[in-house]
Design a binder for this molecule. Structure first.
Ligand SMILES: Cc1ncc(COP(=O)(O)O)c(C=O)c1O
Length: 420
């Protein structure tokens, strides 16, 4: 699959050295970043790409002079990198924007023009609200009906029987996450795509949480749209939307009149975050570099990304196994989500847990005192937190990324073991 003729294992220390933020300490202790699901740290190459853009090629789009031409070249190269990242051959299918939520609002507003009363839009209890509220508002504007697919609270997986039951010829679109940003569940995308397509509906995938952990593959998944944000996969705060060319070309985009009507310009409202887009490309190249290191001869960038994500997934699975085993040994802690060691391919290393008597915020504070950064609350996975009965406090979320280590997990488990 990687086309490689030689492979070596993922070198976590080599990756860590590239992230200046990881050298930080708090109160004399090395900081531990377990806050990745809310935003990863960035390697030096991303920081350099952004500084370099501002220092040498800072210009607006479409001019005939040197900096504008160079800037446009950088944007084009970033689109090519993003195409490799999501798995399309067509860079014009890549749209950049402020973030996942803003891009989803833009697209949902356009899609709403194609809906009418009686049409239905499916959302899920597993999703971040960024992939729920825009669809609720757009459906409301069109007089369409929202239907919500349930999760199975026992393991935080999407209830596919409920999905089957709620799909019908009236369904126009299903908005579904690739992975839960609270419980870490990966959704079975091929199966979901088959079900959705059987009813002639469009499939809008939120890959924001999956992107730093697993390969994105729009061609294999056969979805219609996919959205994510670079700040979750080691880049800056820029959103990325992929859509099938014919859909992006046909839908009524909200745009200013002088802006081009071709792809992707018709979706890229206003002046973009050019330095951020330069950084996004560097983040994708950072991942490709991992692939070229672990699979010498991996060939082109897409093949290198495939190799990188395989290596990252293997490293992260061993982190998940270690963390889940440590938490399982603590009587006062309950993990919400897939826990069994033989089901680790159904989850990313994002682990939500609650404690018998301590509130999530109190635990996050205890971790923070020790220089361990972790989030608490619903993390915008509002319906999941509600359906698990965790509101208003939510859960503690430990979010591991490829730059985390077993030693960091041990230090975290030690703090949790001493909670009282
Ligand atoms: C799964 C998921 N979807 C959507 C979002 C929203 O992303 P953005 O901040 O880019 O709008 C997040 C952010 O945490 C997320 O984790």
């Amino acid at each position: 699959m990687t086309g490689s003729d030689e492979s070596s294992t993922f070198d976590v220390e080599n990756s860590r050295r590239q992230f200046p933020a990881l050298a930080r300490s708090v109160a004399g202790k090395q900081a531990i970043f377990l806050d990745g699901p809310a935003g990863s740290q960035t390697p030096q190459c991303v920081i350099d790409a952004m500084v370099d853009y501002l220092a040498h090629t800072n210009a607006n789009h479409g001019g005939v002079f040197a900096t504008s031409r160079e800037s446009d070249h950088i944007l084009h190269e970033a689109r090519r990198a993003a195409a490799d990242f999501v798995g399309t051959r067509d860079p014009d299918e890549i749209v950049f924007g402020a973030n996942m939520t803003s891009l989803t609002f833009a697209l949902s507003r356009a899609l709403a023009h194609t809906w009418q009363p009686g049409d239905e839009v499916l959302v899920t209890q597993l999703d971040h609200d960024g992939n729920v509220a825009p669809w609720m508002l757009a459906a409301n504007d069109a007089g369409a009906t929202i239907r919500e697919v349930r999760v199975r609270p026992e393991d935080c997986t999407l209830d596919l029987d409920d999905l089957k039951e709620k799909l019908s010829p009236r369904t126009k679109l299903a908005a579904i996450t690739c992975a839960s940003n609270l419980a870490g569940t990966i959704t079975p995308l091929r199966e979901i795509a088959r079900l959705v397509q059987k009813h002639g509906a469009l499939l809008y995938l939120d890959a924001t949480h999956l992107a730093p952990h697993r390969l994105l593959d729009v061609a294999r998944w056969d979805c219609d749209f996919l959205v994510c944000s670079a700040y979750k996969f080691f880049g800056p705060h820029v959103g990325l939307l992929w859509g099938k060319r014919e859909l992006l070309g046909m839908l009524p985009a909200y745009k200013v009149r002088p802006a081009g009507n071709g792809l992707p310009d018709r979706w890229m409202t206003g002046t973009q975050n050019h330095e951020g887009i330069a950084g996004l490309r560097a983040a994708i190249d950072y991942l490709a570099e991992i692939g070229w290191r672990v699979a010498i001869g991996a060939g082109e960038r897409r093949a290198a990304i495939v190799a990188a994500m395989e290596a990252i997934a293997a490293h992260e699975q061993s982190l998940s196994r270690h963390l889940l085993a440590g938490l399982a040994a603590m009587e006062s802690i309950r993990v919400h989500g897939v826990c069994q060691p033989n089901r680790l391919d159904e989850r990313v290393p994002t682990v939500a847990f609650t404690h018998k008597w301590l509130k999530p915020r109190a635990i996050a504070e205890r971790l923070a005192e020790q220089g361990i950064f972790a989030w608490h609350g619903h993390n915008y996975a509002l319906r999941l937190s509600e359906s698990l009965g965790l509101e208003p406090d939510g859960a503690v979320r430990i979010g591991l990324l490829h730059y985390n280590t077993t030693a960091e997990i041990d230090r975290t488990l030690e703090v949790l073991a001493n909670l009282q």
